[in-house]
Design a protein around this ligand. Structure first.
Ligand code: NI
Length: 248
C-alpha cells in the first residue's frame, strides 16, 4: 500500500521545522511576498535542490558522507541497492534516523526494461520488503538503474520514478574539482542532482557542492521535501526529473 498524501503531510511538518531552522539561520532569506506558506509556517523562497546518491550504501564511504551532511545540517536521498544493504543495515537505519530519504535502486542493479514481471518484482519488491523490515515503512520512490525503463516498468513500479536533472557523471573519473564545477555551474531551483556515494571522490564532491551552493543561498532538501515544497503529489509510475518552481 502506498500513501504519499500521508507522507507529504509528514513532509509538511518537516518543512515547518525547516522553516523555523531557516528563520534562525537565514533571517533575511526571501521577502514576505515571495515566500510560500505551508500550514502556519513560512517556507524560504529557495532556490532548492535535492542531492541524490545511487548504488550504495558502502561501509567505507557512506558514513563519511553522512558525517559531512550532518555537520552541515543537510538532508539527502539515497537510492540503495539491496545487495549493498546486506551487512550495512545499521547505515540504513542511520540514514532514516538522521532524516534522509531512502529509495529503491533494485536488488542487484538490474536494467528494469530487461526484466519480465517476475524479475521486476524480485528486484523491486524484494528490496522494498528488505527496507520495510529495516526502517518500518513501505513508501519508497524508485530510481531505475541507468535510468532504463519502459512502459511496463512504469506500470509495475508501484512507486513514483525519480530520475535526475544534473549529472556530473561522477563514475567516469575521480576528478572532484571537475565534478563540483559541473554541478555548481548548472544547478537551478528544483534540480535533482545525481551522485554515487560509493566513491571517496564523490563524497568530496558532494560536500564541496553543499558548501558552494549554501553560500549561494540554496537550500538542500530530500526529494520528498522538494515535492512538498512545490505542492506536487508524487504519482506511482510517473517519471520526475526535476521540480522547478511554478512559472510566475
Ligand atoms: Ni546505479
Amino acid at each position: 500500500m502506498s500513501n504519499w498524501k500521508t507522507r507529504l503531510e509528514a513532509g509538511a511538518l518537516a518543512l515547518a521545522m525547516l522553516a523555523l531552522a531557516a528563520a534562525a539561520y537565514w533571517p533575511q532569506a526571501g521577502s514576505g511576498a515571495d515566500r510560500q506558506v505551508l500550514g502556519a509556517a513560512k517556507i524560504p523562497a529557495g532556490p532548492y535542490v535535492a542531492l541524490t546518491f545511487d548504488d550504495g550504501p558502502k561501509a567505507s564511504t557512506t558514513p563519511v558522507l553522512l558525517d559531512g551532511l550532518a555537520q552541515r545540517g543537510v538532508r539527502a536521498t539515497f537510492f540503495v541497492i539491496g545487495e549493498n544493504v546486506e551487512g550495512n543495515e545499521l547505515l540504513l537505519q542511520r540514514m532514516e534516523g538522521e532524516g534522509h530519504q531512502i529509495g529503491l535502486h533494485t536488488y542487484h542493479h538490474k536494467m528494469l526494461d530487461q526484466l519480465n514481471a517476475a524479475g521486476f518484482y524480485a528486484e523491486v519488491d524484494q528490496l522494498r520488503a528488505t527496507l520495510t523490515a529495516l526502517v518500518g515503512r513501505e513508501d519508497f520512490m524508485l530510481r531505475p538503474p541507468y535510468g532504463m525503463m519502459n512502459a511496463a516498468t512504469q506500470a509495475r513500479a508501484a512507486a513514483p520514478i525519480v530520475l535526475w536533472s544534473v549529472d556530473p557523471e561522477d563514475w567516469s573519473d575521480r576528478n572532484t574539482s571537475r565534478q563540483v564545477a559541473a554541478i555548481v555551474d548548472k544547478a537551478q531551483d528544483g534540480d535533482i542532482i545525481l551522485l554515487h556515494d560509493i566513491y571517496p571522490s564523490s563524497v568530496d564532491t558532494a560536500l564541496q557542492v553543499v558548501d558552494a551552493l549554501l553560500a549561494r543561498g540554496f537550500h538542500f532538501v530530500t526529494v520528498e521535501q522538494l515535492f512538498a515544497i512545490r505542492g506536487v503529489t508524487p504519482e506511482n509510475g510517473k517519471v520526475y526529473r526535476r521540480l522547478p518552481p511554478p512559472r510566475p
